[in-house]
Design a binder for this molecule. Structure first.
Ligand SMILES: [Zn+2]
Length: 374
């Protein structure tokens, strides 16, 4: 599988600043050629065409020829992905970027060698054995720190675990996540906690301080997501998450909390960690998960309905008399939507028969009995 390892660069930041300006120059050159093609009704340039047009420029620009090619190819790729006739120019305000070909980067102990220079990094974790791929780059964040992003292909993903222990996760605002086991993980409200400090810094016009606060919030959030997703992947073999539509909710009055929660980045982390550790990950529709009774499977009259009933945390099913915590019930319904529960596991695993409830017992894969909807 392909992973990206990110290291903060300790040395030669000045050189990288200079090279990123040259990269912007190449990018803008590509943009100009594209605009020419538009103006004169010519065929639009591919990465290959742009490589030919920039051939021999690397020495004068002070860039590695692979870097010039990587910029050209990325320009063509971005242009076609964004389905635009041309792109924005890169300038002073763009975040620094120096791409290169994977084969040009060599390991040198705890440092890296690229284009005749040794870049020392904070070697925060060991880079695994594997082929370094194209797409690797140096990038600068808004605070001016340089990072080395190494795209690396490591030996295949872990072998799939038998789907024995499953969990459904309901992502929310009051609690960041509610597990079908009944566990609730509190929301962090990271942004809210620094809002006052941020306002002071903004009024005082302290741009550096503002950037530092934003970076701190982002780091804090990502750390929280990493720790939680690692824990869940270690604990459970198959993970089912509801597809909360963050973009849609961000338009409502709950926008600030929604953006602070960062559900999609959490789901992404959960998904890639699941693959890495051989667990199963699945995203299912959230429809009706908060309304159906997870015990008897009907839509009782006493169910909470829509946004207006968001305040209702507990309810009793008028059909079977089961007492529900709103979020735990939703998490259980999400787990019930998992393909392992619905009785059609992936062919490699066969169809494991699972009993209802959280404490699922492993059952032989040879049984052909179907699970009854509960
Ligand atoms: Zn019920």
């Amino acid at each position: 599988m392909i992973l990206v390892y990110r290291y903060r660069v300790k040395s030669l930041n000045g050189l990288l600043n200079q090279q990123s300006r040259a990269c912007n120059f190449v990018w803008n050159f590509c943009n100009d050629r594209q605009k020419d093609a538009l103006r004169f009704g010519r065929r639009w340039h591919t990465g290959f065409d742009l490589n030919k047009l920039t051939a021999g420029s690397s020495k004068e620009l002070g860039l590695h020829s692979g870097t010039v090619n990587a910029v050209c190819e990325q320009y063509a790729k971005s242009r076609s992905q964004k389905k635009r006739p041309y792109l924005r120019y890169r300038g002073k305000k763009s975040l620094g970027w120096v791409p290169f070909k994977g084969r040009e980067l060599k390991r040198e102990g705890d440092a890296f060698r690229f284009a005749g220079n040794t870049f020392r990094v904070f070697y925060s974790r060991v880079l695994p054995e594997g082929k370094i791929r194209d797409g690797s780059n140096f990038s600068r964040d808004s605070r001016g720190n340089w990072f080395l992003n190494v795209v690396i292909e490591v030996a295949g993903a872990a072998e799939a675990r038998p789907p024995v222990k499953g969990v459904g996760i309901d992502l929310g605002l009051k609690d960041f996540a509610t597990l079908s086991t009944g566990e609730k993980i509190e929301a962090q409200h990271i942004y809210r906690s620094v809002e006052a400090t941020l306002a002071v810094a903004q009024r005082a016009g302290k741009k550096k301080r503002v950037k530092a606060i934003h970076a701190k919030v982002a780091n804090h959030r990502s750390d929280f997501h990493h720790k939680l997703s690692t824990r869940i992947v270690r604990e459970f073999d198959y993970i089912t998450v509801g597809n909360v539509n963050a973009a849609g909710l961000a338009k409502t009055s709950m926008a600030k909390s929604v953006l602070d929660a960062g559900w999609s980045s959490f789901r992404t982390k959960l998904a890639y960690k699941a693959v890495k550790h051989g667990a199963w990950f699945e995203e299912v529709s959230e429809r009706f998960t908060s309304q159906v009774c997870s015990n008897c499977g009907v839509l009782p009259d006493s169910r909470p309905r829509g946004i207006a009933d968001l305040g209702i945390r507990n309810w009793i099913c008028s059909h079977c008399g089961c007492v529900h915590d709103r979020d735990v019930n939703a998490a259980k319904n999400i787990l019930n939507k998992s393909s392992f529960r619905a009785g059609h596991g992936t062919p490699e695993v066969g169809t494991p028969v699972l009993q209802g409830g959280e404490d699922v017992k492993p059952v032989s894969c040879h049984s052909h009995e179907q699970i009854k909807p509960n």
